[in-house]
Design a protein around this ligand. Structure first.
Ligand code: GLA
Length: 391
């Protein structure tokens, strides 16, 4: 059975959902965004650099406390209510499906020693699911914000991404890095988040597209991405094997000036390609940050495109749909384009001059039609705020 298409504003849908499911009004609403990663892919778990920004699409949690250690959660997609209790969050994995992301946050908070209040939560979202825009991190981050506030719990924003990541890594069982939760929680409007994934220090880098006459288009390739499955874990294992063979703690410790010497020490060709991607990608993040700091945003396009080529040829995580979108966007005049997120589908971002945006979107649609792919969705996005309490 397919779920009905949500109607109305997402904040209103969460509030109305709360009232319809539980009666009365929620004590408050909390929002957390999805993210697009401008550059720095598969560098986070290599303790390197990433540069995501928050999307205007958000997940909203309208919530209230309830007595006892019970959590009752309604989600608009798939219009389902689940209930879990202390037993279900005593150990990872006892709640499955979409509810695992919620139960995982409760579990991670309790594991960190917090007294988590029982709660009723209503969830609505306009972050596309399974499209590489971090719908899962948005859900975890919104639930975390709600439970912290409802329980009067103290957890600095700098520590929140790790806790949400533990929910995903340990409770849900997906071996993802720290980027997505950091973006959803720590991003600021008008800025990209330059995150050092080793010490989690951040710098908010102004990313003023409008002033530069530019737009970022997010193109949904419609090829479902599958980063929770074996391919993501396999890339991670290759990187760790590369670091071990090179005698470094993480690939972050190999600079581009050391790359040739490092590659010469590796006898496996596949590991060499994986290492080359990560080392060059870290440098591309640093180069992008340098250009943005110098207000030269219109010059970052070639770095974005080089990142895509590296993901395609060295990290081998692209699929025909995303390669087609990138090629068509560039041929239509995009300044740069790349797949964003874990790979194997998901979304492409294209940096375009504002007056080329429609032509680039149309060119991608035409290229898809020629190849018989499902029509892609294209939307311009601006860097938006991170997680927040709404009311
Ligand atoms: C997914 C993971 C992130 C990161 C990206 C690739 O989005 O959740 O931690 O590894 O893939 O950059």
């Amino acid at each position: 059975m397919s779920a009905p298409q949500p109607v109305g504003d997402v904040v209103g849908r969460a509030a109305a959902g709360f009232t319809a499911q539980f009666g009365g009004q929620a004590a408050g609403s909390w929002a957390a965004p999805g993210r697009v990663n401008l550059i720095g892919e598969h560098t986070d778990y290599n303790e390197g650099f990433v540069l995501p920004f928050a999307l205007p699409m958000r997940t909203i949690v309208a919530a209230d406390r309830q007595d006892g250690e019970h959590w009752t959660v309604w989600s608009e997609l798939p219009d389902e209510t689940i209930t879990f209790g202390a037993h279900d969050v005593a150990e990872p994995g006892r709640v499955t499906g979409w509810g695992a992301y919620v139960a995982g946050v409760v579990w991670a908070l309790r594991e960190a020693g917090h007294r988590v209040p029982g709660a009723r939560l209503a969830i609505a979202s306009d972050v596309p699911l399974g499209s590489g825009l971090s719908s899962s991190a948005a859900l975890e981050s919104a639930v975390l914000a709600a439970l912290l506030d409802l329980g009067g719990l103290e957890l600095p924003a700098t520590a929140q991404p790790r806790l949400a990541q533990r929910a995903e890594n340990v409770y849900v069982g997906a071996p993802t890095g720290i980027m997505d939760q950091s973006a959803s929680i720590r991003c600021r409007a008008g800025h990209a988040l330059f995150l050092d994934c080793r010490d989690e220090s951040v710098e908010h880098i102004p990313f003023d597209l409008e002033a530069a006459g530019l737009a970022v288009l997010v193109i949904n390739s419609r090829a479902p991405h599958r980063h929770a499955d074996g391919e993501y874990a396999a890339r991670r294992r290759s990187c760790e094997a590369g670091a071990r063979a090179l005698g470094v703690a993480a690939l972050r410790d190999v600079g581009v000036d050391q790359l040739d010497a490092a590659l010469a020490q590796l006898d496996d060709e596949e590991t060499r390609r994986r290492v080359r991607h990560v080392v060059t990608e870290d440098q591309r993040v640093l180069d992008t940050v340098a250009l943005l700091r110098a207000a030269r945003v219109n010059e970052i396009g070639p770095l974005l495109t080089a990142s895509h080529v590296s993901m395609r040829d060295d990290f081998e995580i692209t699929v025909p749909e995303v390669d087609t979108a990138v090629e068509a966007a560039l041929a239509a005049g995009a300044l740069g384009a790349r797949m964003t997120g874990g790979g194997f589908g998901g979304c492409v971002l294209a940096l375009v001059e504002v007056d080329r945006a429609d032509a680039v979107a149309a060119a991608v649609t035409t290229a898809y039609a020629e190849r018989g792919f499902t029509t892609p969705g294209t939307v311009p996005v601006l860097p938006s705020p991170g997680a927040t309490r709404l009311a």
